[in-house]
Write a protein that binds this ligand. Structure first.
Ligand SMILES: [Zn+2]
Length: 418
């Protein structure tokens, strides 16, 4: 039996390693099996030879770590209307097939690691098992399975309602038993019709019990926080990451609180601002409006989306610039998959530098979800999760819209000829 591992030699114009270091020009990356073996200037590299060696030349290519999306909902997809219609309409089996399609769409746009933050029952656990057996090609999947939520809480139809300190402890143990890598907490209401996004859901005591139980089994928590009070509660409980950071007041207005921003930074909590949520919907309604007047319902939706999208951008900029919060990239993809770069373009609009946006989408995101030993940077010893684009993303972040190559654990999933 031939035990020589396959070697791939990738010659590039430059390597941007994801750590924020200066790009390495005229660089060669050597991949052995699924692992990065060497990253060096071409002239200094010892190039292996033999039938097990494949050479890929990208003379105009910029090589980066595969991108990380810390927030998706894989089982949903493109439809018109509210997501609860999908819940009523589709079986878990249909959702599983769609999750596989969505995961592949994300992989093709360069996302080699994806953290799912809430799907129904065991849909995502089954997807991962299918991918392990080779039935589907997906990014590396980190899964919460079902988000933990109070009775009737946001996403309660995923199947993990839990109340009270004892109840939430049991909930965390159940999720861990089913295969959860992290615990997603619904700390406020959201778009689910039985909930209110202006108000917190769990008490601090319940949140603390979830966090302690999760940490005791060596896993991380992340909390969905739209209501301002839910941010304070989540910080009191010691969560590891905050999703959205909506800063919604009880009267429904959006109001950034710099003291909370400072607290987030001081407690070293990551924020995934999911800045693109609602953007495409708003774009679609604006396009319709340019053709003629909208219905009252759509006009109201458009106004709501304007307030939401503008506050998201504003709060991201303030958390980043004024508070020094650690920001990471999450799409909150639920309708549209494969549109990862939009969030990066909006981060740029909010005032982040391209270098920092790349970090937020690679090394910082990998660190935030606890896999920096494996992924998030182009360094020897890491998994060979790599992307190549043909323009310099440090000059223009839109370069990350089009992939010339995507490699996941040493396997090319998207080749330049495709
Ligand atoms: Zn979400």
């Amino acid at each position: 039996m031939n035990t020589t591992p396959a070697i791939t030699v990738i010659n590039t114009k430059a390597v941007i390693d994801g750590t924020g270091a200066k790009p390495l020009e005229n660089a060669t990356v050597i991949v052995e099996g699924s692992t990065i073996k060497a990253v060096e200037r071409r002239a200094q590299t010892f190039i292996p030879e033999g039938p097990h060696v494949k050479v890929l030349d990208f003379p105009d290519g910029y090589l980066l770590p595969g991108l990380v999306d810390v927030h998706t909902h894989l089982m949903f997809g493109d439809w018109h209307g509210h997501y609860e219609e999908v819940i009523e309409r589709d079986s878990d089996e249909v959702c599983l097939l769609r999750a596989a399609k969505n995961a592949l769409a994300h992989l093709k746009c360069g996302v080699t690691t994806l953290r799912d933050n809430g799907s129904r029952n065991n849909v995502t656990f089954n997807l991962r098992e299918g991918a392990r057996r080779g039935y589907a090609t997906t990014p590396r999947l980190l899964l919460c399975g079902r988000p933990i939520t109070l009775t009737g809480g946001h996403f309660h139809w995923c199947g993990q309602e839990a109340d009270g300190v004892a109840g939430v402890r049991t909930g965390v143990r159940q999720l861990a038993k089913d295969g959860a890598d992290h615990i997603k907490i619904m700390a406020s209401g959201g778009g689910t019709s039985t909930t209110d996004n202006r108000r917190p859901s769990y008490t601090v005591a319940e949140l603390r019990a979830i966090v302690n139980e999760t940490h005791s089994i060596g896993r991380l928590t992340t909390a969905h926080c739209l209501a301002t009070q839910s941010l304070t509660n989540a910080l009191d409980a010691g969560v590891d990451m905050i999703e959205h950071a909506g800063f919604i007041e009880p009267d429904g207005s959006y109001k950034f609180d710099p003291r909370i921003g400072e607290r987030i930074a001081k407690q070293d909590v990551y924020v995934s601002p999911t800045v693109q949520t609602g953007y495409r919907h708003r774009e679609g309604l604006l396009a319709e409006q340019s053709q003629g007047p909208l219905t009252n319902d759509d006009q109201q939706k458009l106004e709501g989306l304007k307030a939401k999208c503008e506050s998201q951008l504003d709060f991201l900029g303030r958390m980043w610039k004024e508070s020094g919060v650690k920001i990471v990239s999450g799409t909150d993809a639920i309708k549209i998959f494969g549109d990862y770069c939009l969030g990066l373009e909006l981060m740029s609009e909010a005032g982040m530098s391209n270098k920092d946006i790349i970090k937020a989408s690679t090394s910082a995101a990998a660190e935030a979800i606890g896999i920096s030993n494996l992924a998030g940077s182009v360094l020897p010893g890491k998994e060979a999760d790599l992307i190549i684009v043909d323009k310099d993303p440090l000059q223009d972040i839109k370069a990350l819209r089009t992939m010339s190559m995507v490699m996941r654990a040493g396997e090319q999933t998207l080749q330049s000829s495709l």
